[in-house]
Design a protein around this ligand. Structure first.
Ligand SMILES: *[C@@H]1O[C@H](CO)[C@@H](O)[C@H](O)[C@H]1NC(C)=O
Ligand SMILES: *[C@@H]1O[C@H](CO)[C@@H](O)[C@H](O)[C@H]1NC(C)=O
Length: 782
């Protein structure tokens, strides 16, 4: 207000006084009652004149802004005057007054100019401006703004604009024909919705007053989206791990791309862009979420990793791509596979250790420990596995083979990998061991004994030697050979023969115990190998005695007609030794055990023969009744079965003198001849009868035993080798039939009954392996 007053004072000095005319200049907005000027003074009028002249102020406008003080002659403002409401933009702005006086009438024109003060700031009619501008709008695009207005005039009027911030837009002012200025906002640098969606600007209008006043308005620019951003993957390369045999639908990973744009321009969809059909079929990607899932079956052994090209696209067609690298992890899903490359079906038993018999290849398609293979074979076999190089294994002999111990091996090769759990597979190899002639035939015994009853038929089977050979086939085919030696200066082959195939020993001749009691020979067994092996056994044949010799009387000697008579004195005592019959028997044992009997005596027995010793003694005193001439027949008998005997006649003369004896014996020869023939017939008849009896007994017993044996065979049939009953040797086509004949020397029973003499034999008797057959023994013991 003080400022205004000072300017008032200053302005009032600028009063122009012309004739009848006064001008004042005052600023607007002066306080009510402010003095505009002293009119009386300025016009040189007496104050009295003002009163007398009834001075009055007249204004055309009804509004009275100015009044006149008649006492002082001052012009006063009646109210505040606002230049803008009085004159608006018109300049200069003046009030025109008339002052009129009477007595005399005077007329004055008063002009009061109201000068502008800067009491109005520029202002915008709108509170704010709104624009929507695409971010794709090019630089240079113009946007017309509604300008501001300032009620003041002149220098106080609107002078300039400013726009802040100036990042994207600048202002351009254009003078128009009506003097106004149009304001334009020009895009200088492109907008980016992705940086700022709404750009706020402030437009300020300034006037030129002092102090300067301004008005502002806000401009909101909404940036419209354009598809100016491609999708961008969060990673250029994604990685995922997949175990093989993972189930279909397994979620691998999720790829993600962002698009800075909005709306459809920012809507991203995903695609598998790989050209490889396998990959395209194996993996699928969710178009919207970017989740990659397994759509097939991965096999580490076919592909251990995959690379998928993935593309992300927005609706505007912009795209980005990334790679998904998938590593497949191996799992132990493959068994080792054993393939036999080469294999010997059979190997000789003399193969040296180290010989390779089979080659195998083992594969496991898994990797790492899942593909590391370890192979074993079954225990306790003389073979070993050698892995020569990776995956190749060979089976070789580790210890000496022996076909006779194991002729065949079933070798089971088991290979397992090191995975958890381990997988394994196995192969079976069958290996035959071929024979080598490394075993000689072996006799069942190294020493055989057998006995044969003498007087056997030539061709009699004695017994069988047997040797076995552990080798096989030809190497085990044993043939028997009689080794040449001599018995009593004669080749043994004239006594026995050995059948080369069966080992059957046959008597070639009839043996005579009295000539040969036993003999030895050797039999060799030889196999059929190309380098034959052999062994031998000793055989002892003992010939058993048969009672085939009758006792032979050595004394008294029978010398044709000349008969010796023994003389017994009449006075002989009881027990007088008359003579002694001496007989021998070339047989042995019981067959040679002789006993003596008195067969026939005349009258009351005067003599007796010692059963054992053959001594003839008197048993009583000689009487007169006893004939001079006595004839004693002594039967010497052995104890063979049947027994054989010899008869000897002894003439005994009971006399005291030799002439007596002579006369008595003159016709002795004739009578003796008669007696001899009589005795002969008697003995013949007796022998025939007893032989017939024995033969019939033997027949009956044989038939009985034969039936019993038949029954027993039937009962045993099937379990044992058929026992072929004895038949006489048969020769057919020049070959000897294989007839098994078991010869035996004695039986338990015969041992009992013939205790005395058989015992020494039976102790040395060969007892063949078959049970003793009493039937056969009885056949030979005739
Ligand atoms: C080997 O296997 C075969 C066939 O399975 C069998 O007949 C034979 O007895 C086996 N040999 C051995 C020594 O186990
Ligand atoms: C018979 O065998 C024995 C050993 O058993 C041997 O000492 C002998 O030399 C062999 N004799 C012949 C002639 O082969």
């Amino acid at each position: 207000m003080a400022l205004v007053r000072r300017s008032v004072l200053f302005l009032t000095l600028l009063v122009h006084i012309a004739r009848g005319q006064v001008s004042y200049s005052i600023p607007e907005e002066m306080e009510k009652g402010s003095i505009v000027g002293n009119i009386a003074q300025d016009l040189g009028l007496d104050l009295q004149r003002l009163k007398s002249g009834k001075v009055r102020i007249y204004s055309r406008d009804s509004t009275e802004y100015i009044e006149l003080n008649r006492n002082t002659g001052s012009l006063l403002s009646r109210e505040k005057m606002d230049r803008e409401s009085l004159c608006a933009k018109t300049t200069p702005c003046a009030l025109h007054l008339q002052m009129i006086m009477e007595n005399p009438m005077e007329f004055y024109t008063i002009t009061i100019e109201i000068t502008d003060i800067n009491d109005n700031a520029p202002s915008f009619q709108r509170k704010e401006f709104r624009f929507e501008i695409s971010e794709s709008a090019a630089a240079g695009a113009r946007f017309l703004l509604e300008g501001a207005v300032d009620a003041d005039v002149g220098v106080n009027d609107l002078q300039s604009y400013s726009l802040k911030p100036t990042d994207n837009f600048v202002l351009e002012l254009h003078s128009q024909s009506d003097g106004d200025k149009s304001v334009e906002m020009v895009l200088q640098r492109s907008l980016d919705r992705e940086k700022k969606v709404v750009v706020t600007l402030l437009l300020t209008a300034f006037d030129g007053g002092d102090p300067q006043l301004s008005g502002t308005v806000q401009i909101d620019v909404t940036v419209l989206d354009a598809n100016d951003n491609a999708p961008v993957f969060t990673q250029k390369v994604y990685k995922a791990i997949l175990t093989e045999n993972a189930a279909k639908g397994f979620k691998l990973t999720t790829v993600s791309a962002t698009d800075a744009d909005e709306g459809s321009n920012g809507h991203v969809t995903y695609y598998v862009a790989s050209k490889d059909d396998i990959v395209r079929n194996m993996f699928i990607i969710d178009q919207h979420s970017g989740e990659v899932t397994l759509n097939g079956f991965v096999d580490f052994e076919k592909a251990s990793h995959y690379q998928i090209d993935i593309q992300a696209k927005d609706q505007g067609g912009l795209s980005d791509s990334c790679k998904l690298i998938i590593d497949v992890l191996d799992i132990n899903d493959n068994k080792p596979v054993i393939s036999l490359l080469s294999m010997s079906n059979s190997v000789s038993e003399d193969s040296t250790p180290g010989t390779v018999v089979a080659m195998m290849k083992v594969d496991d398609t898994d990797s790492g420990v899942n593909g590391q293979i370890h192979c074993t074979i079954n225990d306790n076999i003389p073979f070993a596995l050698i892995s020569s190089s990776s995956n190749f294994i060979s089976l070789r002999i580790e210890q000496q083979l022996d076909r006779e111990r194991d002729a065949e091996y079933n070798i089971s090769v088991t290979c397992s990998d090191q995975g958890v759990p381990a997988l394994s597979s196995s192969a079976s190899l069958s290996l035959q061991i071929s024979d080598v002639n490394d075993n000689a035939p072996v006799f069942e015994k190294s020493y055989y004994e057998a006995c044969v009853v003498e007087n056997n038929t030539p061709g009699l089977f004695i017994f069988t030697v047997k040797a076995s050979d552990a080798d096989w086939n030809q190497n085990a085919r044993v043939s028997y050979i009689l080794e040449d030696s001599t018995v009593n200066g004669v080749s043994v082959s004239s006594y026995v023969s050995v059948h080369p195939d069966s080992g059957l020993i046959t008597a070639v001749r009839s043996f005579d115990y009295e000539q040969l009691k036993d003999f030895h020979f050797r039999v060799k067994a030889q196999d059929g190998g190309s380098l034959p092996l052999s062994s031998n056994a000793t055989v002892k044949i003992t010939i058993q005695d048969q009672n085939d010799n009758a006792p032979h009387v050595l004394y008294p000697v029978l010398t044709g007609a000349s008969v010796v008579a023994e003389i017994v004195p009449r006075a002989a005592d009881v027990g007088y030794l008359v003579t002694k019959v001496v007989a021998v028997d070339v047989d042995s044992g019981q067959n040679a055990w002789l006993s003596y009997k008195l067969q026939k005596a005349t009258g009351r027995a005067l003599f007796e023969v010692g059963l054992q010793n053959g001594e003839i003694r008197t048993v009583r005193q000689v009487t007169d009744k006893d004939a001079v001439k006595q004839k004693l027949t002594v039967v010497v008998e052995d104890k063979g079965q049947p027994s054989r005997s010899a008869v000897v006649s002894i003439n005994v003369a009971v006399a005291d003198s030799f002439p007596e004896v002579l006369s008595e014996f003159t016709d002795f020869t004739h009578e003796k001849q008669y007696n001899d023939s009589l005795t002969f017939y008697l003995i013949l008849a007796l022998t025939v009868v007893s032989l017939l009896f024995i033969v019939s007994i033997i027949l009956i017993i044989s038939v009985k035993i034969y039936r019993w044996r038949q029954n027993k065979l039937l009962y045993k049939s099937g379990a044992n080798l058929p026992v072929i009953p004895y038949y006489p040797p048969v020769y057919a086509d020049g070959t000897l039939q294989h007839v098994y004949n078991y010869e035996l020397c004695g039986t338990t029973d015969s041992r009992m009954s013939d205790m005395k003499f058989v015992r020494p034999y039976s102790q040395n008797t060969l007892v063949s392996q078959s049970p003793i057959n009493k039937n056969q023994s009885s056949k030979y013991e005739r």
